[in-house]
Design a protein around this ligand. Structure first.
Ligand code: NAD
Ligand code: UD1
Length: 370
């Protein structure tokens, strides 16, 4: 049994990680500022949190709050972050403060009071574009699309001769390409944790989550993951707004699989390493918009393809999970269809304020959606 502190533990992934840790016999404390964008202006303790999880309400940039939360903790799962790729492109100082300064504050505390283990949430967004195969069969790391290409609606990745590139699973060895402030923050978090942990002898791994979905994702947060945004639209009988042509591909992994990966990483003896945590499968955003409408009983609400693009977005990325499989014994258990059916059940009695159009408007005014 270990006493585990989860930063950002009142959020979507944190709540499921808490459940999984409690089920595995660990004690759990959460440090979370109950950010209004995620938890609403009332900032109540979320009802979905297990009562056995102790909640310390405090900010990850507050040294005293961290010190209080760390008392008696054996291990730390560091999830506290602002998570919107689009929002990170204008709320820059706030993203750097929460994500980078917050991690720095945590690490200063850990340097004075090391724990047995640290696991930090990194992200697939650090890869930029995922690996691809070119028409001649070679494996390439595609360059970011230029603004000129995006303006012309040239969404698909192509080689120098204009031939289409075929997306491939992306392994941890791909060099990062940081195309949003959020991606830069996540890479900084990952590296800061690994650097400081090594210096102070704290066994640490970073988990690079792909697109996580499932219950408890903040439905009224217009900067959350795409499935929660689409769900909020559909609950209000409005069509999901799809950027580009909808054929961009992502890797959707169920949150209970991610929570299990966190437990595996905390319980493993691997250190100074990074692991992809995804399903290994890719889906288009357009297909998930249709799938979600169907399972939510609104098959008649067709997604609206906006033909717009969001600054900082990549075209395709999905995971090569062989390293996590081999080293952590990680295997996704919840298939996409099964996870989506379960999500529809959860959504059935949820009320969500749909703020997607307002958020898109906010990005448009700044030239970040065009
Ligand atoms: P979330 O927004 O549901 O949870 C984040 C939690 O952090 C929230 O409860 C929020 O209140 C808290 N928080 C925010 N700022 C804070 C601060 N200054 N001090 C203390 N707490 C603060 O997001 P999530 O999807 O559960 O993400 C958890 C982690 O996983 C993040 O680090 C995110 O970058 C990472 N991640 C998520 C995904 C995904 O698809 N959801 C994918 C890759 C990585
Ligand atoms: C998401 C997570 C990020 C995580 C990353 C890892 C959020 C907010 N972002 O980023 O924290 O690190 O996965 O995989 O959870 N889209 C639409 N319409 C919308 C919203 C999005 O078409 O209303 C499209 C986007 O343009 C993008 C795709 O859906 O092509 C996925 O977007 P999003 O869910 O924001 O995920 P990522 O940017 O991949």
């Amino acid at each position: 049994m270990a006493r585990v502190l989860i930063t950002g533990g009142a959020g979507f992934i944190g709540s499921h990680a808490a459940d999984a840790l409690l089920a595995a016999g660990h004690e759990v404390r959460l440090l979370d500022n109950l950010s209004p964008q995620v938890h609403g202006s009332q900032r109540h303790r979320p009802l979905y949190l297990d009562k056995a999880a102790e909640l310390v309400v405090g900010d990850i940039t507050d040294a005293l709050a961290i010190e209080r939360a760390l008392r008696g903790a054996d291990m730390v799962l560091h999830l506290a972050s602002s998570v919107g790729v689009g929002q990170s492109m204008y709320d820059i100082a706030s993203y750097v403060r929460t994500n980078e300064l917050g991690t720095a504050m945590l690490l200063e505390a850990l340097s004075k009071r090391p724990v047995e283990r640290l696991v930090v949430a990194s992200s697939m967004s650090i890869y930029g574009e995922g690996l691809c195969r070119s028409a001649d069969g070679s494996v390439v790391a595609p360059a970011e699309r230029t603004i000129g290409q995006l303006r012309k609606g040239q969404w698909e990745l192509r080689d120098d001769d204009g031939r289409p590139l075929e997306p491939l699973p992306t392994p941890e060895s791909k060099q990062p390409t940081l195309s949003s402030i959020y991606a830069l923050n996540k890479y900084a978090q990952e590296r800061m944790c690994l650097i400081i942990a090594k210096a102070y002898g704290i066994p640490t791994v970073a988990l690079r989550f792909f697109n996580v979905f499932g219950p408890h994702q903040a439905l009224s947060n217009p900067y959350t993951g795409v499935l929660a945004i689409f769900a909020a639209r559909l609950l209000n009988n409005r069509p999901p707004l799809v950027f580009e042509d909808g054929l961009q591909r992502r890797d959707f992994i169920h949150v209970t699989d991610v929570a299990r990966a966190c437990v595996l990483a905390l319980e493993s003896d691997r250190s100074d390493d990074v692991f992809n945590i995804g399903s290994g499968q890719s889906r288009t955003i357009l297909s998930v918009a249709h799938d979600l409408a169907r399972v939510m009983g609104r098959p008649g609400i067709a997604p609206e393809i906006t033909g717009k693009y969001r600054a900082g977005d990549i075209r395709h990325c999905f995971a090569d999970i062989s390293k996590a499989r081999d080293a952590l014994g990680f295997e996704p258990r919840v298939g996409f269809e099964e996870g989506l059916d379960e999500l529809a059940g959860y959504l059935a009695d949820q009320i969500a304020e749909d703020r997607a159009e307002k958020a898109t408007e906010e990005l448009s005014q700044r030239g970040l959606v065009a």
